[in-house]
Structure formats: structure tokens, C-alpha cells
Design a protein around this ligand. Structure first.
Ligand code: T1G
Length: 696
């Protein structure tokens, strides 16, 4: 392993370069290398200035998250920064790519920071359930002020180099050769004999708020979103508040204590689990970098309804021209009108510039002629969830699409293998299951047919990432992974209503758990009639939801469903309570008090059980894949890490035993513990341990 940090000279300027691919994370050897080289340059009288920079695609992107949870090794980052603080020669951090977290904190040990255009700078620790732990909460406010620093730290979102220059986080933007520009900047500092003020000594941007500390709480009120039981935001605010009245050395110690408490907490462990699980989810065993994805320059979407329109928007949003096909001019016009309305809303919200609206729409080629997809590199169908309709369409696509085009179905639960069988290019067929609204939800289930070609699978993953989704590869079964587990939860939710709970009890328990909304509010949003029609087609009945639908209570779209609506605000409806009580009588179920704890157990344990079966059947590769699906597809709270990670924290034996009881109490075979769950529970194992075993 070559040294991850090296130093060369350009005349009287030392250039210290960090080279630790892929993101120059600050693992122990990197911290030690920086420290040794800074000390060497500091003590070398012939060196008059120091430039600190990173090789590869980015400056330091943070502490090495894989080191958390292991015993911290000196030199700690805070020691490296303290050594930089005391260098009496000009120190200049020359950054590019994504100087984040500890990487940005490292630069704030230098007198100056210069950035390449396009650099994005931030403190994303909050996204890992942490706070900056090496001075960031004290130094960023000293450079940019509390009004800018607090929202940056609470959101964890990076800012552009331009924004950073305006805010005072960087001192210059260097066009062209970054290092040469930084050396030139260093020489200009020397020539001008510019005063060298340490970031830690800068107080000017704190004067106003120190004189008017009430302003701090106003800023907090503006930016502290509903954190629903999250620990890191509160800790971040507590740390930043120290800038008002606590000397920085003491404040940095308190910041460190807050950080160390968070880093061993379940919430941060869960969020760090998701960070890595999300990256693992797109890796398919046996499909390495040697499998080249097909090039996608042009897309086509069949169907301009809610899903088709949303899917097409994803391509236009990243500049990929997309042909969108409907069966009639009317349907096409309606679809394009919805797309245009969505973009207009984005312009109003400021996420799309008005002048870009027409450019974005120009990327669409709306048509009723299916032949227009003949030169598309990928064709995604989003027509009715009906097997004969999909088969007929794929038969036609087969004759029109160009050789090598990826043929994807957006089906949410139908058998991709059966669809593929109607074509002679079954290797080109794959499932790309988007979640509604398709232009918003980040999850993309990539459904691997038994004959899907490796390069087609690789292409679907690369395209998924390119259109800013989180792709997870799943196998073929009814409902794949997400919806299969959702149906386990929905069955229990309906049974809980019959047994004594009300919609607001069930939804309330799940929102308190951390979901953005519960199953009944979700049904009202999606439309109770959607499930009702599908159940009628399949000859199954859901007593309460179908009774509501038969009463014309479809949910938000009819102003009433499980709840009564005034606009989007929902409130419980005594009529629904009566309807539920009558249903219990009809079904001969004696109503009783149902506790919050029981609701959570009854809703999530069966999901975990179904997840274990899914792993046993190889429908999902890793437990983390299931966690990522539930986070990005259904809003499972990141600070609980997803259903399988959460199950590990509850204890698999406890879950297994409760499921066994339920199976006995209810006679419902679905509660029989899955073989994998039984095995892990018996061994005292965890789902996480399973992933590691697989990886080994
Ligand atoms: N530590 C360890 N590995 C990391 C890493 C990190 N900080 N960041 C990325 N990786 C790995 C990642 O797992 C993947 O591995 C590969 O690098 C490429 O990442 C003290 C305590 C920088 C914007 O939170 O946001 O500093 O899958 O696929 O899409 O106060 O990575 O290839 O094996 O994401 O180009 C703060 C986290 C840490 C930044 C690049 N920093 N990283 O995105 O590539 S806490 C962060 C990112 C901290 C201090 C605190 C992104 C990226 P593999 P990638 P990318």
C-alpha cells in the first residue's frame, strides 16, 4: 500500500497531496500522513507556504465511516486540525469534487481555502445521525455566520463553490489547474504579507448574534424541521449555540462529547447501515465491472398516465430525450398537460428555472404512433396492470424496437418471465418497477427475469442511477419485495381494525414509529377504489376497505375514505367507526383495546417474516437491499435502518417467538416463522451477520 499522503515542493511552497481512493476518506493512515507532512513543512525554514490538496475525483469527502464503531486511533482529525491551526506560514486548502464532513473541517484548519468551479462543500454528518465532530459546528459559523451555517449543518446539504465564495467559506475560485492556482494564491499572500488569521480566532461574523442572542432561536425555528425523535439535530443545535458564548477550545470538546454519544447510538448506526446498504444494493453478485452496460441515449415510454408520465419525466430531467406513446390524442394531451403542470409547479417551487421549462418539454416526443419508438435504446411500458395487455404490447414492441434495445416493464407485481416469453429477445427484457409518483419516489426495483441478460441488468442499474433513482435488484415473485411485504402489513392492518383498533390508532402508531403516514392515510391518498377494483378482479374481499368503496368513499379524491377531508387535512369520521364496528359484528370478531406496541408488532413483525422468506427464496440478495427498498419506497424511517436492521435491534428470537404465538392464537399460517428467521433466532444470529457471511 503506497503512502496515501505525499509532499512535493514548488519552490518555496510545499504541496501536500492526499491520495486515498475512492474519496480520500480520512482513515488512520491518511490522518497520520497529513500530520507528518504538515509538521515537516512547518519545521522546514525553506518552506514559506503550504498547499493541502487531494488527488483523484475529490478532495477529502469525510472521515472514514467504516472506522466508526472501532476504537478511535490517534492522531484524531481534531489533532491534525490543531496542528494546522498552529502553523505560522500561510496554509491553503485547494479543494475540488466534494469536500464534505471531516474533509471540510480539515480545510478550516487552514488560513485559506480555494476551490475549483463545480466543487460542492458541506457538512453532511446529520444524514448519518451525527454532527460534525472535528470543529465544524464552531468553525463554519465563524466563516459564514450562523444564518448560513445552521441550515447547512441541519440539512447536511452541500453548497456550490460560488455560494461558498459569496458566503466566505472559500477565498477564491481557481479556474484551470487547481494546484498551480493554489500555489499562485499562496505566493500572492506572501507577497502582500496578508495577515494570517486562524479560522478559530475569527469572531467578526458572530458579533451581531452575540449582541442579540434571541436571533439564534429565531434562526433555529426557521430551520429545525419536525425531527420526530431524531437525536442528531438537537445535538447540532446545542453545539452551534456554543458559538454564542463559549471559548472555541472548550466548545470543541463539548462538540466532541456530543458526537461521541451519537456515534454509538442506534440512530446513527441505522443511518450508517443505510448509507452502505444503498451502495451495496446496486451490486449484483456475478455482474462485475467487466459487464459493460448498453449505451442509453434515447428513451421511450409507453403510456402517458400517472406512471408513464412520471417515468418519462425522469429521463427528461437528466437531459435524455424521451418518446412518450399513448393510444389516443386525448390521452396523450392529458398526459402531456400533467407533465407540463408538474414542471410549472417545480418552477413555482424554484427547483426548475422558468427559462428551462421549454427546454425540458422539448425533450419529449409525444405520439400515438408506436413505430416512433424504433430508435429508442430503452423502452419502458407503463400500461394497465393486466397480463394480456402487456403481452400484446411486448409482442408489438418486439417487431418495432431496434436490436439491442432494452425492453422494460413497469409492472408492480406481474410475472416478468411470462411477459418476456412473448418475445424472441427474452434476454433484453427486464422489470423496472417505479413507485408513484414516479418522478419523485427514489426507489426503483430492477426485476431480474430468469433470462435477463447480464448487460441488460447492468444497463437498468446504470440507467436507474442516471435518472437519480436508488436501484435495487429483485427477483420475480408476486409483488417482488416491497409490495409483497406491504401486503403482509396490509392484511394485519385490516385485521387490527376488525379486532378493535381504529384507522387513527393504526396510522398514529406508525407515524409515531417514524413513517410519514400510516396504511389508511396511504389508502386514502392512493384511492381506495384502486385496490377495490383489483380485488374484485381477483375475487378477493377486504371487508372494511371494500365496504368503504361500495359507499363511494374512495379517499382524498372523494373527500372521504378512512378519514374525512377538508382539502388535504384529514380527521377521523364517526361514520367510519360505526362502519368498522358493524363489520366486526358481521365478521363475528369481539372488539378489544389494541395497544400501540401490539400495533407495531402486528404490522412490522409479519413484514420481517416475509422479508426472511424473500431472502430464503433469493428474491432479494441481502437484508440491506430490503431495508433500502422500504426506506426509499415506503418511507421507513432511516434512523431505524429499515425492517431487517430494525428486527436485529429488536432481537430475532423475540420476533420469532411472538410470531409463533400469533400463529397459534389466530391459526393464521402466515405467521409461522420463516425457516431463515427460525435458524437465525436459534443461533442467536442477526440478518446483518447473514450479509457479512455472504460477502465473505
Ligand atoms: N467513508 C468510507 N467510505 C466512503 C465514504 C466515507 N466517508 N464516502 C464514500 N465512501 C465509499 C462508498 O461506500 C463507495 O464505496 C465509494 O466510496 C464511492 O462512493 C469527523 C465524523 C463523496 C458524494 O458523509 O456522500 O466526516 O461502494 O458510490 O456517488 O465530522 O460517497 O465503491 O465500495 O457514494 O460519487 C462525512 C459520504 C462522514 C460523505 C461520492 N462524509 N459520501 O458519491 O460515490 S462523517 C460523508 C458521500 C465525518 C467528521 C464526520 C458520497 C460522495 P464502494 P459513492 P459517489
Amino acid at each position: 500500500m503506497t503512502d496515501p499522503v505525499s509532499m512535493r515542493r514548488d519552490g518555496n511552497v510545499a504541496i501536500i497531496t492526499i491520495d486515498n481512493p475512492p474519496v480520500n476518506a480520512l482513515r488512520h493512515a491518511v490522518r497520520k500522513g497529513i500530520l507528518d507532512n504538515v509538521i515537516a513543512a512547518r519545521d522546514d525554514a525553506s518552506i514559506e507556504a503550504i498547499v493541502l490538496t487531494g488527488a483523484g475525483r475529490t478532495f477529502v469527502a469525510g472521515a472514514d465511516i467504516t472506522e466508526f464503531g472501532k476504537p478511535p486511533q490517534s492522531p484524531h482529525l481534531i489533532e491534525v486540525i490543531a496542528t494546522l491551526d498552529d502553523v505560522k506560514k500561510p496554509t491553503i486548502a485547494a479543494v475540488h469534487g466534494t469536500p464534505l464532513g471531516g474533509g471540510l473541517e480539515l480545510t478550516m484548519g487552514c488560513h485559506f481555502r480555494v476551490a475549483a468551479p463545480g466543487t460542492r462543500l458541506g457538512l453532511p454528518e446529520i444524514k448519518l445521525g451525527l454532527i460534525p465532530g472535528a470543529g465544524g459546528t464552531q468553525r463554519l459559523p465563524r466563516l459564514v455566520g450562523i444564518e448560513k451555517a445552521l441550515p447547512m449543518i441541519l440539512s447536511g446539504d452541500p453548497i456550490s463553490a460560488k455560494d461558498a465564495l459569496a458566503a466566505g467559506l472559500v477565498d477564491d475560485i481557481i479556474e484551470g489547474d487547481l494546484v498551480a492556482g493554489a500555489v499562485k494564491f499562496a505566493r500572492s499572500v506572501l507577497a502582500a504579507k496578508r495577515p494570517l488569521q486562524r479560522v478559530k480566532d475569527r469572531e467578526d461574523k458572530l458579533e451581531d448574534i452575540r449582541a442579540n442572542p434571541a436571533k439564534f432561536d429565531e434562526i433555529v425555528a426557521q430551520h429545525a424541521k419536525k425531527t420526530r425523535g431524531l437525536h442528531a439535530p438537537a445535538a447540532a443545535i446545542e453545539a452551534i449555540r456554543l458559538t454564542l458564548d463559549t471559548p472555541i477550545d472548550e466548545a470543541q470538546k463539548k462538540e466532541r462529547d456530543l458526537f461521541l454519544k451519537l456515534v454509538v447510538g442506534e440512530q446513527s448506526k441505522s443511518q450508517r447501515h443505510i448509507f452502505f446498504a444503498e451502495r451495496e444494493a446496486g451490486k449484483v453478485p456475478g455482474i462485475g465491472k467487466d459487464v459493460a452496460p448498453r449505451e442509453i441515449k434515447k428513451a421511450a415510454v409507453i403510456g402517458a398516465g400517472t406512471m408513464g408520465g412520471g417515468i418519462a419525466m425522469n429521463f427528461a430531467n437528466v437531459g435524455i430525450p424521451v418518446t412518450i406513446v399513448e393510444t389516443s390524442e386525448d390521452a396523450l394531451k392529458r398526459g402531456m398537460a400533467t407533465i407540463e403542470k408538474n414542471y410549472q409547479m417545480s418552477v413555482q417551487r424554484g427547483s426548475l428555472k422558468a427559462e428551462d421549462l421549454s427546454k425540458r418539454l422539448a425533450l419529449f416526443t409525444p405520439t400515438t404512433d408506436l413505430n416512433a419508438i424504433k430508435d429508442a435504446d430503452i423502452v419502458i411500458e407503463a400500461v394497465f396492470e393486466n397480463m394480456p395487455i402487456k403481452k400484446e404490447l411486448f409482442g408489438r414492441l418486439e417487431a418495432i424496437a431496434k436490436p439491442g434495445a432494452v425492453l422494460a416493464t413497469n409492472t408492480s407485481y406481474l410475472d416478468v418471465n411470462e411477459i418476456a416469453q412473448v418475445t424472441h429477445r427474452i434476454g433484453d427484457v427486464v422489470g423496472m418497477h417505479f413507485f408513484s409518483p414516479a418522478n419523485v419516489m427514489k426507489l426503483l426495483e430492477i426485476v431480474r427475469g430468469k433470462d435477463t441478460a447480464p448487460d441488460v441488468l447492468a444497463t437498468a442499474i446504470v440507467v436507474g442511477r442516471a435518472i437519480k433513482k436508488v436501484p435495487v435488484v429483485v427477483g420475480v415473485c408476486h409483488g417482488f419485495v416491497g409490495n409483497r411485504m406491504l401486503s403482509a402489513r396490509s392484511i394485519e392492518a385490516e385485521k387490527l381494525l376488525l379486532e378493535g383498533a381504529l384507522p387513527q390508532d393504526v396510522d398514529g402508531a406508525l407515524t409515531e414509529f417514524g413513517f410519514p403516514m400510516g396504511p389508511f392515510a396511504m389508502s386514502d391518498l392512493a384511492g381506495i377504489d384502486v385496490g377495490w377494483r383489483s380485488r374484485k378482479e381477483r375475487g378477493v374481499r377486504n371487508e372494511i376497505a371494500d365496504t368503504l368503496a361500495e359507499a363511494g368513499r374512495f379517499g382524498q379524491k372523494t373527500g372521504k375514505g378512512f378519514y374525512l377531508y377538508e382539502g388535504r387535512s384529514a380527521r377521523p369520521d364517526p361514520e367510519v367507526e360505526k362502519l368498522i364496528v358493524d363489520a366486526s359484528v358481521r365478521m363475528g370478531v369481539k372488539r378489544r383495546q389494541v395497544s400501540k406496541e401490539e400495533i407495531i408488532e402486528r404490522l412490522i413483525y409479519p413484514m420481517v417474516n416475509e422479508g426472511a422468506r424473500i431472502l430464503d427464496e433469493g428474491i432479494a440478495t441481502r437484508p440491506g437491499d430490503i431495508d433500502v427498498i422500504w426506506l426509499y419506497g415506503y418511507g421507513f424511517p432511516a434512523w431505524r435502518g429499515g425492517p431487517m436492521h430494525w428486527a436485529d435491534t429488536v432481537g430475532l428470537a423475540k420476533i420469532r417467538d411472538r410470531l409463533k404465538e400469533l400463529a397459534k392464537e389466530t391459526g393464521d399460517k402466515r405467521h409461522e416463522p420463516a425457516a431463515l428467521l427460525n435458524r437465525l433466532a436459534d443461533e442467536g444470529g442477526t440478518f446483518a451477520g447473514l450479509a457479512t457471511a455472504k460477502a465473505a
